[in-house]
Every structure is written in C-alpha cells, then in structure tokens.
Design a protein around this ligand. Structure first.
Ligand code: GLP
Length: 260
C-alpha cells in the first residue's frame, strides 16, 4: 500500500483530483470506479473545475459506481444516481450512457447485480477505483464479515452504517437498510485503487486497514493484498497509525526517485 498523508482534507482532495486527472490523461478511454459519500465530494468539485479550465475531458471515460440503495429510483434525492449526477456528471462532458450505477429500483435485484458484474467484465474491467471508507472499515457497502472475495450483490447494512448515513435523509424519507454493492472481489480486480479518507472519525478504520490483520472484520484490510493501492488521508485520519513518519519517509524517497 502507498500511504500518502496530507496536512488537510483540502490537500487530500487536491492529491486525489490530480491523481485522477493524470490517469485520465494517460488513458482517455479509462474506466473509472466511482464512490459516493461525503469523502469524494471535494475531489469531484476539483475535477469539475479542472474540466471547466479545459484541463481534462471525460468524453471517452466510462464509469461504474460502487453501490446504490435498494428501493430508491434514480430521481430520488438520496439515491446515489442522483448524487453522482448532481455532484459530478451534470457538470462535465461525460456521455451519460457510459455512466453505470446499480439499478436500485430493479424488480429483480439479484439478477441486476449479476448483470452489473457482467457489464464490468464486458467493458474490460475497472482501471482506477476511487474508494471512501466507512467508520467500521466497510468499502462500498461491504460491511464487516463480508466475504473477502464477494461479487456484486445485495447486502444488509449494519445499524452503524444506517446511523452514519441518517443525516442525509429527512425524517419523512424512507431510509433503505439494503443496498446493492460491488463485492470486495470485484473491487480487488480494479487495476488501481485510490482510497480517500479524512477526519478523526475514520482514524480507527484507517489503522485497522493499514496496520491491522487481514480480516473480514475490517473489509478494507483486503486492500493489503492489492498490488497497486494508494491511500490518501489527512492528519486526523492518520492519528492512530503507528508509523506515520515511516510512510512520510517512503513518500519523500519516492518523490526523489521520480525527480531523477
Ligand atoms: C457509504 C458508502 C461508501 C462510503 C462510506 C463513507 O456507506 N457506501 O462508499 O465510502 O459511506 O462515507 P463518507 O465519505 O460520507 O464518510
């Protein structure tokens, strides 16, 4: 794992936006895996800015989102389809038919998950997967004890996750307790992974993921097995890591090597 510790959440967003822009420039027909939640919002804002400055085009980019609430249609303000349109897709030059999100209102969700999985394969797999992390170490909606080789499927959310995401829903709004999510096995097949986390609330999950044992109790710990995973965090999220100075030292060495 490459661990990049930034001084602020703003710098972490700068890093991830730059990382994504470089990847898109390097491969204009790239397939991106995208995430929702508050973590990537600033990164998306920066991508929109870069696009408006003619710095990057999404014309040939394909996207697959990690997950969607089961039971919400794409026009529901709390659906992840709505989120992605609002926070990114409506503001860039992407072809909407190349943007994919599990269909939360499918009458046959199990089949829809299998079809989603097949579509990812058909399109040649994911080149770069952007991830956030839940406070309990989940990635996508793969909650603790999820199979570490799981594929896209329907998952029950933990009470913790439902509570953590409650602030997005008004009192009258139905908050789903089920979701469709790429599996950990699906995520692990992405050729590159970029996980972004900021704030003290994520510190324990980051520690478990980076320095803890490989365990289904912390689904993100499976990323220890990925050959090309970059973890970008701010100081608050890095708070519980044992050896931040070592990670910083490696980064410095890396910068020196790159500038040679
Ligand atoms: C949700 C999403 C995850 C996301 C997580 C963290 O549960 N399914 O993909 O990483 O929340 O959200 P936030 O970035 O808001 O902390």
């Amino acid at each position: 794992m490459r661990i990049v510790v930034k001084n602020s959440s703003e710098e972490a967003a700068d890093f991830s936006a730059e990382f994504m822009v470089q990847s898109i420039r390097g491969q204009s027909d790239i397939t991106l895996g995208l995430a929702t939640g508050s973590s990537p919002v600033r990164t998306y804002e920066k991508l929109i800015e870069r696009h408006k400055n003619n710095d990057v085009s999404f014309k040939s980019v394909t996207t697959f989102n990690l997950d969607e609430y089961l039971g919400l249609t794409g026009d529901h303000p709390q659906s992840y389809r709505f989120f992605m349109n609002e926070k990114l897709f409506n503001h860039i030059d992407i072809d909407f038919s190349n943007t994919h999100i599990p269909n939360g209102s499918s009458p046959t969700p199990v089949q829809a998950c299998n079809d989603y999985e097949s579509l990812i394969q058909q399109k040649g797999g994911i080149d770069l997967q952007l991830l956030g992390i839940g406070r309990n170490g989940h990635i996508g909606f793969n909650e603790p004890t999820s199979s570490l080789t799981s594929r896209t499927r329907v998952k029950t959310l933990t009470k913790d996750t439902v509570e953590a995401n409650q602030h997005n829903f008004t009192e009258e709004e139905y908050q789903p307790h089920l979701a469709m999510t790429m599996g950990i096995g699906t995520i692990m097949e992405a050729r590159q992974i970029l996980l972004l986390a900021t704030g003290e609330g994520k510190a324990q999950a980051i520690r478990d993921m980076v320095e803890g044992p490989l365990a289904a109790k912390c689904p993100a710990s499976m990323l220890q097995m990925h050959m090309n995973a970059t973890i970008v965090i701010d100081r608050d999220a890095a708070k519980l890591l044992e050896d931040v100075s070592f990670y910083e030292y490696i980064e410095q060495e890396r910068q020196q090597l790159m500038s040679r």
